[in-house]
Design a protein around this ligand. Structure first.
Ligand SMILES: *[C@@H]1O[C@H](CO)[C@@H](O)[C@H](O)[C@H]1NC(C)=O
Ligand SMILES: *[C@@H]1O[C@H](CO)[C@@H](O)[C@H](O)[C@H]1NC(C)=O
Ligand SMILES: *[C@@H]1O[C@H](CO)[C@@H](O)[C@H](O)[C@H]1NC(C)=O
Ligand SMILES: *[C@@H]1O[C@H](CO)[C@@H](O)[C@H](O)[C@H]1NC(C)=O
Ligand SMILES: *[C@@H]1O[C@H](CO)[C@@H](O)[C@H](O)[C@H]1NC(C)=O
Ligand SMILES: *[C@@H]1O[C@H](CO)[C@@H](O)[C@H](O)[C@H]1NC(C)=O
Ligand SMILES: *[C@@H]1O[C@H](CO)[C@@H](O)[C@H](O)[C@H]1NC(C)=O
Ligand SMILES: *[C@@H]1O[C@H](CO)[C@@H](O)[C@H](O)[C@H]1NC(C)=O
Ligand SMILES: *[C@@H]1O[C@H](CO)[C@@H](O)[C@H](O)[C@H]1NC(C)=O
Ligand SMILES: *[C@@H]1O[C@H](CO)[C@@H](O)[C@H](O)[C@H]1NC(C)=O
Ligand SMILES: *[C@@H]1O[C@H](CO)[C@@H](O)[C@H](O)[C@H]1NC(C)=O
Ligand SMILES: [Cu+2]
Length: 829
């Protein structure tokens, strides 16, 4: 799609832009020496004139290309994904070892072992700091391997550490990976899906066939595994595990078009299956639920159904109400091309694409990417000093509730599906500005490495407010709020999570999460206490999103302490108050001294400030230098206490904030297969808390963002990023001696001319005079959207990549090599 727009190829046309700001025709400067011309706003507020400014001379602008300038990273990225050759060598070695008894994923049946994952084993912080800080050698690389061990009556996922890399004949070791996990039976977790994957659909179609008379009567539909099926059946996650393995499922209408509206079409009929064991002939159908009435057998249900007086409930029918395409009357002027950001001097940041190292202004960091948790940042430095060793998502929970067993039983732990897996290509000009720098990311699955093309973006942009301003009767001063963003988007099933890390001129970092995509809704019947009525027979099913982040602070070294200050109301007598108590407030200062005090909640009324400081490093005024951590938009923790669905699988969701002592044995708060054994998961986060001292120790903060999502009509057809939003700010606290905002020249002071010429002081700001801004390039050609690039690892075939954007479970089924997409334009300007 092309948007008709003036296509600037020279500065003369770009110079039209400031005149638009004036909202009336105005004299334009004739010379290219634009920087000396400023707008003057007279005292009467009407007259706008161009005038000369007093300007500190600046160096010539760098006039870089829009994408990042290149730079050589100061250190190797020790967190970078395995190379194609490394992953292929590990796959080849594992296949050559009889003890793993591996079958190619494509050929593997439910009783065959297969290779689920090969990725970098994150190096220990101890070894990395030795490299970064003490000139030690680069940490030895190892691979983290997960084998889906199904050739066993008790199938399990097995975590292995394989290495060292590069593999050398005779020295390769593959050991059970145990040190990052807390549970006693380490390195393995049972696999509840081994036979489910193979036998569930047959079971489910048989159950649906057994009530075909009812599904046809209720919905003119069937779920028989045929091409003309109009119904779908799916249900809870995790499976219920306290008395055998139980699942509740429900019927859904299938979408009738390519739109992904299926999660909006529940039909209100539920059934429970006891699927304990690997032999589906021993599974039992244990009952039906309809209109809040439980029927223990199909016969009892059928008899009731065909009896007079049986109440039949309405259905949720697919339609354009569930489609995201534009519909309805556009608001006034909506078809005019809207404002957009540009970077007229090109990029003002650096990237080492090979090392995934980024530097912007006084910040620098490395990026890593993993299948389970997606994008992480490492070794974040500000003004040359590390402030954060690691910053990244650990797990995301969506805990539903309802009067029906499917909503009640649902508590997705999304790293099971993987954030890295679903970090698809970004939509240029929509997800990120078109002038952003786009990076690839890769993950391994089923003997292939997938590269999500252009799936991480880097860009600098202007906030919609200045970062500083002040007016007096003599002058007004203001500073631009220019900030830098690293972003990716992961579509996990029905939901799209947008993850951004934002870096600001005041030295702060914002961890930002937004959600869009389709809600998982509930059938509306007797459940007003669990959500709003949002469509025909639809309830916006209430749920809590809680996303856990690891923030491994290193404030001027690894000896850090968490301090708090709380605003408390007091009645206090002062020497000057004539013996009278004054009702006022003061600060109460405390420290979190041991892990016993390490589970924290943001106080009501925001009364308590939490900060990680280094008590050995004070600023010019003797205050500890540190960083605060606080919500930048509302954050939550899980409402449900002692969740029946989760048991011990998400103990990190119980509070807003946790602080623990850093250990190489506690790299992550969650494991991708926590859902497989909720009572005894691989990582019970509570076990991180064992009373250790936290005074001037290496601290890790585990902080939650999220929201209590009670979908309303505005969530249809999709939840919107504006309101489904949560974030954490990590901001300097007495870290420097004054605000670093003063360092930027992108500010102005105007001394009033009292009706005459004002004096404009601009401190050597650059000007947008690099000559060419290709407006055409700002409207990207989306017909080149490709999807993922895939390279086969076993057998290794690096020279025949193909394109595919599907989830891993479909990979075995679909090997198509489709590379072109058709873009439909739907009548925008
Ligand atoms: C602006 O400055 C230039 C050179 O500094 C000078 O030649 C010109 O006369 C000035 N214009 C005004 C309107 O003061
Ligand atoms: C290896 O796996 C196959 C199934 O792929 C199984 O039949 C066989 O028993 C397994 N061998 C050993 C030694 O476990
Ligand atoms: C190990 O030795 C085998 C046979 O000698 C050879 O095919 C293979 O390439 C070697 N692998 C490595 C990693 O050196
Ligand atoms: C039931 O569905 C079939 C095919 O799906 C369709 O041909 C038929 O018209 C439908 N009947 C009613 C009553 O909607
Ligand atoms: C669906 O397909 C099956 C098998 O082809 C056929 O028997 C059945 O009548 C079809 N159902 C409808 C509603 O068209
Ligand atoms: C499910 O089946 C298993 C094994 O057959 C049994 O031990 C368990 O009690 C059953 N659970 C329920 C809730 O009936
Ligand atoms: C992303 O991958 C594509 C295809 O392999 C390659 O052409 C492109 O240069 C890569 N981008 C970066 C930033 O490395
Ligand atoms: C959590 O709930 C389970 C089941 O109801 C109960 O056995 C257990 O004692 C509860 N634990 C706590 C800490 O309340
Ligand atoms: C990381 O540290 C743990 C705990 O000290 C240790 O058991 C493990 O072997 C180390 N891993 C590597 C790859 O060195
Ligand atoms: C502005 O101009 C008027 C009239 O020429 C003069 O009286 C006044 O002093 C000037 N003010 C300033 C601040 O220069
Ligand atoms: C595989 O992908 C192609 C192209 O996207 C699609 O037409 C086909 O239906 C898919 N097959 C399966 C089994 O998903
Ligand atoms: Cu939600």
């Amino acid at each position: 799609m092309r948007i008709p727009l003036l296509l600037a190829t020279t500065w003369s046309s770009l110079l039209l832009l400031p005149s638009l700001v004036l909202s009336r025709p105005s004299p334009l400067p004739k010379s290219a020496n634009f920087r000396n011309w400023r707008i003057k706003n007279g005292m009467n507020g009407q007259i706008k004139r161009w005038t000369n400014s007093t300007t500190i001379p600046t160096s010539e602008p760098s006039c870089a290309a829009p994408s990042a300038q290149s730079i050589a990273a100061p250190y190797m990225n020790v967190w970078s994904s395995l190379t194609d050759d490394e992953a292929a060598s590990v796959a080849a070695w594992l296949f050559s070892q009889p003890k793993f008894n591996l079958t190619n994923t494509e050929d593997a049946g439910e009783w065959d072992n297969s290779l689920l994952m090969i990725e970098l084993m994150e190096p220990n912080k101890t070894d990395v700091l030795n490299y970064l800080d003490n000139g030690g050698s680069t940490p030895t690389r190892y691979a983290h391997v997960i084998i889906d061990h199904r050739a066993d009556v008790d199938p399990y996922y097995q975590d292995l550490i394989v290495g060292p890399l590069p593999l050398q004949n005779g020295t390769v070791k593959a050991e059970s990976l145990t040190y990052p996990y807390t549970r006693k039976t380490k390195g393995k977790v049972r696999n509840l899906d081994a036979s489910l994957d193979a036998q569930w659909s047959t079971w489910m179609y048989n159950v649906a066939a057994s009530i075909l008379d009812i599904t046809l009567d209720l919905w003119n539909g069937s779920a028989l595994g045929l091409d003309n099926d109009t119904l779908d059946v799916w249900g809870i996650d995790p499976l219920m595990q306290d008395d055998g393995i139980i699942r509740w499922d429900t019927f859904w209408n299938l979408p009738q078009t390519e739109f992904d509206s299926g999660t909006l079409l529940p039909l209100g009929l539920f059934f429970v299956s006891n699927i304990t064991g690997r032999d589906s002939s021993k599974w039992t159908l244990d009952g039906w639920l309809y209109n809040n009435i439980f029927y223990p057998t199909t016969e009892v249900f059928r008899e009731a159904y065909w009896s007079p007086g049986f109440e039949k409930l309405p259905a949720n029918i697919d339609g354009s109400w569930g489609y995201t395409d534009q519909e309805g009357v556009p608001p006034p002027l909506d078809t005019d091309f809207p404002p957009m950001a540009i970077a007229p001097s090109g990029s003002r940041y650096f990237n080492d694409a090979e090392e995934q190292y980024v530097k912007w202004m006084d910040f620098e960091f490395y990026i890593s990417f993993s299948r389970d948790t997606g994008m992480h940042l490492h070794n974040i430095k500000y003004k040359g000093e590390r402030i954060i060793y690691e910053l990244g998502l650990q797990e995301a929970l969506a805990h539903y509730a309802g009067n029906d067993p499917v909503q009640s039983g649902t508590a997705y732990l999304d790293t099971f599906y993987g954030f890295g897996t679903y970090a698809f290509e970004l939509v240029k000009g929509y997800d990120c500005p078109s002038y952003a720098t786009y990076l690839n990311s890769t993950f391994y699955t089923s003997e292939t490495t997938h590269t999500h093309l252009d799936s991480i973006c880097l860009f600098e942009t202007e906030g919609n407010f200045p970062i500083q301003r002040h007016s007096t009767s003599q002058y007004v001063a203001a500073t631009k709020n220019i900030f830098f963003t690293v972003r990716n988007v992961c579509t996990v099933g029905n939901y799209d999570y947008m993850f951004s890390y934002e870096f600001y001129m005041d030295g702060s970092i914002n961890v930002d999460v937004r959600a869009s995509g389709y809600i998982q809704s509930a059938f509306f019947a007797n459940n007003g206490d669990y959500g709003y009525h949002i469509h025909d027979a639809l309830s916006g099913s209430m749920h809590d999103h809680v996303l856990n982040y690891k923030i491994d602070f290193d404030i001027l070294g690894t000896k850090n302490t968490m301090t708090t200050t709380t605003n408390v109301p007091v009645s206090e007598v002062y020497p000057w108050s004539n013996g009278k108590a004054r009702n006022t407030m003061k600060l109460q200062r405390t420290e979190i001294t041991t892990e016993d005090e390490g589970k924290l909640d943001f106080a009501p009324n925001g009364a308590t400030q939490f900060a990680v400081v280094n008590k050995d490093e004070t600023n010019a005024y003797g205050e500890y230098r540190g960083y605060r951590i606080l919500p930048s938009s509302p954050t939550i923790h899980l409402t449900v206490l002692n969740s029946s669905n989760l048991v011990n699988a998400a103990n990190w969701a119980k509070h807003d904030l946790f602080v623990t002592r850093q250990h190489d044995t506690e790299p992550r708060s969650s494991h991708p297969y926590q859902s497989q054994d909720t009572a005894n998961p691989p990582i019970n986060f509570d076990d991180f808390f064992n009373g250790e001292s936290l005074e001037q120790e290496d601290l890790v903060v585990w902080a939650n963002v999220g929201m209590h999502h009670v979908p309303h009509t505005g969530d249809l057809p999709n939840t919107v990023f504006t309101t489904a939003h949560s974030g954490l700010q990590i901001m300097p606290l007495n870290y420097l001696d004054y605000s670093p905002v003063k360092d930027t020249v992108n500010m102005v002071r105007v001394d009033y001319g009292d009706g005459n010429l004002s004096t404009v002081i601009s401190f050597g700001q650059g000007s947008p005079e690099c000559g060419v801004v290709d407006l055409e390039s700002l409207v990207p050609d989306l017909t080149s959207y490709l999807g993922d690039s895939v390279v086969r690892k076993f057998p290794y075939d690096p020279n025949d990549p193909y394109y595919e954007t599907v989830g891993p479970s479909l990979l075995a089924l679909n090997d198509s090599r489709c590379s072109s997409r058709i873009i439909l334009t739907l009548g925008t300007g």
